[in-house]
Design a protein around this ligand. Structure first.
Ligand SMILES: [Fe+2]
Ligand SMILES: [Fe+2]
Length: 158
């Protein structure tokens, strides 16, 4: 279980770093100001997620390390493909929300497992740090739903 915890920590460390690199492109492509601003603030949070993971590695007596995460690579690659095929800026916004939510949901599943395992391993110190991030991922996901339902999806189907 300890190995699985560490492996998954390395997986989400890779994913968070990849998200830090990819979000600026999504922000650039987004048109709706509320969407742009929401992604921008989540980029700030995401940089902090990387730092929190480094803290958890340290508490766990390990150096921060990444392992390739083909799942997040695939989610981001697919998002880029769809964005490339979308001509309307409003439909592009809807596609960006969907892609960003796929990313959030991936993060939510990883953090959920890590927290459960950290608790089982008697590492509530690690679990508490990971929980702070999980709460921000859930809030980001909820905000995306709100912006989609109140603005973006309306504009995309007008
Ligand atoms: Fe994150
Ligand atoms: Fe996130």
């Amino acid at each position: 279980m300890d190995d699985l915890f560490l492996h998954t920590l390395q997986d989400i460390y890779y994913a968070e770093n990849k998200i830090v690199k990819s979000l600026p492109q999504m922000i650039e492509k987004a048109s709706n100001p509320q969407l742009k601003q929401g992604l921008q603030s989540h980029l700030g949070e995401t940089k902090n997620h990387v730092k929190r993971l480094e803290q958890v590695f340290k508490l766990h007596g390990q150096r921060p390390k990444s392992v390739d995460c083909p799942a997040i690579d695939g989610i981001i690659e697919e998002a880029e493909d769809v964005a490339g095929e979308t001509e309307s800026v409003d439909v592009l916004d809807a596609a960006i929300v969907a892609a960003a939510q796929a990313v959030e949901h991936y993060e939510i599943t990883r953090y959920g497992s890590l927290i459960a395992w950290a608790n089982r391993l008697g590492r509530s110190d690690c679990a508490n740090i990971l929980k702070e991030t999980l709460d921000e991922e859930k809030a980001a996901d909820k905000k995306l739903t709100e912006v989609a339902e109140s603005k973006v999806n309306l504009a995309a189907t007008r």
